[in-house]
Design a protein around this ligand. Sequence first.
Ligand code: FES
Ligand SMILES: [Fe+2]
Length: 449
Amino acid sequence: MSSTIVPPVSTRIDTQALTRIGKGTPMGDFMRQYWIPAILSSELVADREPVRLMLLGEKLIAFRDSNGKAAVMDERCPHRGVSLFMGRVEDGGIRCVYHGWKFLADGTCVDMPSVPEQQQCKHLVKARAYPTRECGGVIWAYLGDRAEPPSMPLIEAAMLPAQEVNVYCLQRECNYLQMAESDLDTSHFGFLHLGCLEPDDFPPDNPLRFAAENRAPEFASSEMPWGTSYGAHRAASDGQRYWRVANFLFPFWTQTPQGDFSDHIDARAFVPMDDHHTMMFHFSWARKSRPLVVEDNNGKPLPGLKNNNELLPNTTDWFGRWRPIANPSNDWLIDRDMQRNGVTFSGLDNIRTQDQAAVESMGPIVDHALEHLVPSDQMVGKTRRRMVKALQRFVEQKVSPPGVDDPEVFAAARSGFFVADAQVDWPDVYHDRARSLQHPAAETSTSPA
Ligand code: FES
Ligand SMILES: [Fe+2]
């Protein structure tokens, strides 16, 4: 006699569950509550060919119709499943090349030329299209189920007008969470990026010298309405402390200290293409443009601190857009001589490639059970716990994820560095500094003509 043991269905949410984003998974449904950056505005030209777009594990196409309206819809034609990537974008919609059916950006079927007049049934067919918005140089999509999508998240850098914000994309071959966590792991900075540099390699006014002076800073971190926040702090001169502040914002955003607190705003979205590929959207605004290299006292570029990287030409493949030339298949072009001779710590000459190599080398999805997190990883641990709690409430109590129905919580989050009186402790030091900040739009509107 044989018996079948049916394993109990597990409803337990653990940190590894945060990494699975397919439709129907807890985290996949959680993410679909939010507006999501989908594709750069500049990638879609009215009445030009569609783009293959992989988003949250779904195969989609994106195009811009004759009126400039951006469309994001299921790749499959609702008639017999032919790919609409092959479609003709014309006269305000897209026409499938198999039987010529035509759909508007919202999925409405407006032409069925293969069907005799008396058998027309356009009103019964709709392509699965998602609502879109355009903001900050990016087309956003809402992949959730609400008939009326929520408001856009009020993330400072991402809500700027397109002409004021700098935005670019970069694809990486790994899970979104390990990419986002790299931004929350400030203790790698003194090694991966600055490991072979000494404080005096930097000009006296460059605060990176503090990071080279003390490579094991102290941390404070806390839960915030938008997610989590940390301040890494080190002694500076004259009874002051040097703070570097960063944030995690639900569901996949980070803000890193890329400049002075009052002089730049910054946000990165780590948008899952699928469980193993992520598209980063980096939005930034700075009072003065940020150099692509960091220079020493004599104006010479410091090794390993370039802040750009070369990309392959975009292709039409599902994973063909915004891919660096340095990638796992060529060991990120690591230069062992450079590493051995102490020119750079990593053997990689570029900050972006250094971060990329670190997170991709973990594999497509890092196994949390094999990690050994220590106090300097507190932001990683705290953020995972905050995410698990929010996900558990969403799954069990149907509570909306943070910021979905109260998008203004994101507006108060800003990253950056500053020097403050050593007596002021975390998080007061953050709130004190944040109170004096002005949004760039406010500055523009109050500045003299
Ligand atoms: S499969 Fe698209 S019109 Fe028939
Ligand atoms: Fe880094």
